[in-house]
Ligand binder design. Sequence first.
Ligand SMILES: [Zn+2]
Length: 284
Amino acid sequence: MPLVSVHELLLKADQKGYAVGAFNANNMEIVQAIAEAAELEKSPVIMQASQGAISYAGLEYITQMVTIAARQASVPIALHLDHGTDFDQVVRCIRSGFTSVMYDGSKLPLEENIAVTKQVLAISRPIGVSVEAELGKIGGTEDNVHVDEREALFTDPEEARYFVEQTGVDSLAIAIGTAHGRYQGEPKLDFARLEKIRNLVNIPLVLHGSSGVPDEAKRRAIQLGIRKVNIDTNIREAFVGEMRRIMEEKPDEIDPRKILKPARQATVEIIRKKIRLFGSSGQG
Ligand SMILES: [Zn+2]
């Protein structure tokens, strides 16, 4: 089927009380792994590309690979820009065929974040492209975006209410104690803050930096209103971990397919686990 918008996936998730996995797609094997996992779980899925993935693979390659995966799939697949920090980049992705974009103005002063998010909405909404915004700062490193853990600022619930009211954005990424990349120690999520935000904001909420969050905490966050969970680091670990294992086991192997095929399979398995945890199996 053709690519769908993230908004329509999240609305259904909100009605039924589960979350949709948003998995970072960096190359063909990972795109195929996400699609296969979604198909096997009969689950909707979001494939997302960061600015780093786009500069690595090329915008047209990413768009076309995900479009082909969606066309071949019997479950709904959306293509989303992860952490677009540049208005022009957002426009290029929409023009290329993305069905959803994140405009990340979390580093800007609030009013500026609101103003640019509104500009993004003005060009997205008429053509059915959904928009995710971010308030608060999520710790860790996501490609080029680095926020010192100590300086990471949690989302203020009142500010979230004001932001959503002012912009009318489709979904909101919030900072409640998660971090991008690998964790040092176990993250403690601020569930009370999540509940407060959820009571004030009537749109689907998004959890970034979720790879290191224990399953139980993810489940609780979904119960409290998280509808999109981003997973990148777990995919990297599974994919590269399996490549490394094969290369150590067979140091003379020079056929990339013999290394990448098992890596792709390991990625399918980890994504299936996440889909089951998020509760979206059978919802495609
Ligand atoms: Zn993120």
